[in-house]
Design a binder for this molecule. Sequence first.
Ligand SMILES: Cc1cc2nc3c(=O)[nH]c(=O)nc-3n(C[C@H](O)[C@H](O)[C@H](O)COP(=O)(O)O)c2cc1C
Length: 357
Amino acid sequence: MTPSQVLAEWGPAAGLAAGPAVLPAKSTHGDRLDLKSRFRVNPFLMAPMAGVSDAAYRTMARAGGAGLAYTEMVSCAGLHYGGEKTWELVEPAETEPDIAVQLFGSKPELFREAAASVCERLGDRLALIDINMACPVPKVTKKGEGSALLDSPELAASLVRSCIEGVDGRVPVTVKIRRGRRMGEEVAPDFARAMEAAGASAIAVHGRFANQLYHGEADWGCVGRVAKAVGVPVIGSGDVSSAQAAVRMLAETGASAVMVARGSYGNPWVFRDAMALRLGERPAIHGPREKIAAFRCHVRLLAATGANLKRARSLAGWYLRGMPEAARLRGMAVTCLTLEDYLAVADEAERMLLDVQ
Ligand SMILES: Cc1cc2nc3c(=O)[nH]c(=O)nc-3n(C[C@H](O)[C@H](O)[C@H](O)COP(=O)(O)O)c2cc1C
């Protein structure tokens, strides 16, 4: 089955759009919308997540109402030296109207080249290129990449300029930053201003310091300070754990858009629910049946996009959380190898539901 067939056949039972999401990236005249206008239409975005945000995950998010979904961070050096395996990370599925590609690295020439080739390959289906200046992992920062760039605003600015040269006006170039590198040393507002001056079209900010990794509370105040500091749209990130939190972050910070990261685990509807809340409507309630249906659809999408099905192990934990016998179902999922194995876990989850009813 192709990803489109999966979505058409299995999406509706899971409360998802049956076809590729409508392109909010174009005006009624077919021109590409600038980011400000795009975020005005739909400000709820699926965040970049390494090891998670593959084509199947992004498809679920878009079918669940996300205005845009990011790839995981992709190495510029990997695209240059690594060949097809790395390129697969930036290949949209047919179900994705467009995607945001996030690149990481520290060499301006490699950024210029990667940005140009990604533009070339993806054409109309590339919404923007984002530069990762947020990743706290030592393997990345010790090479001066990711959040290490927060200590080198001049190099970071030259990466933005190189990327802009590479895309040659075809798509916006944005950056994703953190509050700062070290607890208590907030650089985000000044750093964001420097990136804007270098030509960045939007700034995404995760309100934690890099050395907090993913722990502790994210500071939304920092998102607000960045939004005050720059004229370009700001995308807030950190602790957007629900549709309610997404709407609250927009209201409290003055950000133009928000990214949902861990809050989208097992909840592809979070984006549409946030849109509903924003319009003053009541968001839908997603019962266990719908969650099991979403798990089925997601696993089928993994298979249809040729992904490693081991990814479905964590999906089982996320979609089936809180259901009867959830721990046993998770135990079953870690031994699964084939699509049929995972679908059997979904069937078993359904049986457990019937048992308790
Ligand atoms: C598993 C995982 C992988 C991540 N990978 C990336 C990444 O590749 N690029 C990036 O900019 N941020 C990455 N992030 C950070 C998220 O995009 C987001 O900024 C962060 O999780 C804060 O949001 P949350 O508290 O709502 O989860 C990752 C987060 C998680 C949990």
